[in-house]
Ligand binder design. Structure first.
Ligand code: 3LM
Length: 404
């Protein structure tokens, strides 16, 4: 790190942190160190490296120079001492849980959660004696028991763009000596840096906005050096969901433009939310930037802007949601998010299909809900596309109404 790097602004860190010309060749771009293993030198050095008495690379499942550049960049953007990269967001979440929890521990979480995380918490971890319990934000402090070890939250939430108060989570965690964990995938460090609000660990599906181009899976966890050493030596080394050097190269390239892309995502999402508001085909527009969002004030206090995701609730359920999705031309019907290119999906039939219907409905994941990942195309074109598709959905709704 240069002496003044810690004072650099976000964009400068996004471009430079973790990356410098290769001292051996002068290569300006970070090389892809496509190697599984590293030469250890003599036996004494090999022993020192393996004992951790000397720092250096030994095997790419544990650390790799290209992956390291991505980890350093993310740590710099989150204001964390250290970051550890993984092959996917789920790999990161599972490794964090396996490194920090023991049989008998309980996770308290503020819902809803991404379906994959929910599956890990409810289907897999209980087999190993770790349980997870959902609580309402207002009941968090009262819900803590002697078994509670971790507080876990996503903000904004997937797919209905709910907002949780990071200060509340951090305060309850520090009062009770618990580990607070935030999945910041939807916000990215450009919009929210949970560690600045007292949170212990932030993690991301790097597959989304960090990579930003829809061509790479990855995950990352960031926090204190001590905790990340545990995560690397247990969750990464023993579970093995290591990020590959070639994918780290793509993610590094993506993160360098995160600030520029996020500005465009946020501006376009706001324009789409405004365009959909009051349209007869929709009964609700979920976007934390709208003044009547139930947690708009909390969002404004912990986000620098309101993100690139918008969810629309259609008056006549699946039929009109489907008519809307099929009428879109610039938004492709696909899961995932955070791509430069706009995407749209129907969570009830895709990302949240595995969640029991009752729970799904309680979380607002209805048959009429469509989630938009608004890309960085021209605002005018995206608004025109959404308007014509909303009109098409309204006509489909009209045809569903009894005639006369
Ligand atoms: C999706 N989400 O379309 P990976 N945390 C959050 C996420 O949204 C996701 C993950 C973690 C979606 C993926 S659904 C089949 C496709 C908030 C992923 C997991 O392991 O990198 O996919 O991240 O909502």
């Amino acid at each position: 790190m240069r002496d003044d790097e810690r004072h650099d602004g976000f964009a400068t860190r996004a471009v430079h942190a973790g990356q410098a010309p290769d001292p051996r060749t002068g290569a300006h771009a970070t090389p892809i160190h496509q190697t599984s293993t590293f030469v250890l030198g003599d036996v004494a050095r090999g022993e020192r490296l393996f004992a951790g008495d000397e720092s250096g690379y030994v095997y790419s499942r544990i650390a790799n120079p290209t992956v390291r550049a991505f980890e350093e960049k993310l740590a710099a953007l989150e204001g964390a001492e250290e970051a550890v990269a993984f092959a996917s967001g789920m790999g990161a979440i599972a490794a964090l849980c396996l490194s920090t929890l023991r049989s008998g521990d309980e996770i308290l979480f503020l819902g809803p959660l991404y379906g994959g995380t929910r599956g890990l918490f409810h289907d897999l971890l209980p087999r190993f004696g770790v349980t997870a319990r959902r609580v309402d934000d207002d009941d968090l402090a009262a819900a803590v028991t002697p078994q509670t070890r971790m507080l876990y939250v996503e903000t904004p939430t997937n797919p209905t763009l709910g907002i949780h108060d990071l200060r509340l989570v951090a305060d309850v965690a520090s009062t009770h000596g618990l580990l607070s964990v935030v999945d910041g995938t939807f916000a990215t460090p450009y919009l929210t840096r949970p560690l600045e609000h007292g949170i212990d660990v932030v993690l991301h599906s790097a597959t989304k906005y960090l990579g930003g181009h829809g061509d790479a899976l990855g995950g990352v966890v960031a926090g204190s050096q001590e905790l990340m050493d545990e995560v690397r030596l247990e969750g990464l080394r023993h579970v093995g969901a290591a990020l590959s050097p070639s994918i780290a190269f793509l993610l590094l390239r993506g993160v360098r433009t995160l600030h520029l892309r996020m500005r465009a995502h946020c501006a376009n999402a706001r324009a789409i939310a405004d365009a959909a508001l009051g349209h007869p085909a929709v009964s609700a527009v979920h976007y934390p930037g709208l003044p009547d969002h139930p947690r708009h004030a909390v969002a404004a206090s912990q986000m620098d802007d309101f993100g690139g995701m918008v969810a629309l609730e259609f008056v006549h359920g699946r039929e009109s949601a489907a008519a809307f999705l099929e009428a879109l031309t610039l938004f492709d019907h696909a899961v995932s998010l955070g791509d430069v290119s706009s995407l749209a999906c129907h969570p009830a039939s895709t990302t949240h299909q595995v969640v029991e219907e009752e729970l799904r409905l309680a979380d607002g994941v209805t048959e009429g809900l469509v989630r938009l990942s608004v890309g960085i195309e021209d605002e005018r074109d995206l608004v025109r596309d959404v308007r014509q598709a909303l009109d098409r959905a309204a006509r489909a709704e009209a045809s569903l109404l009894p005639s006369g």
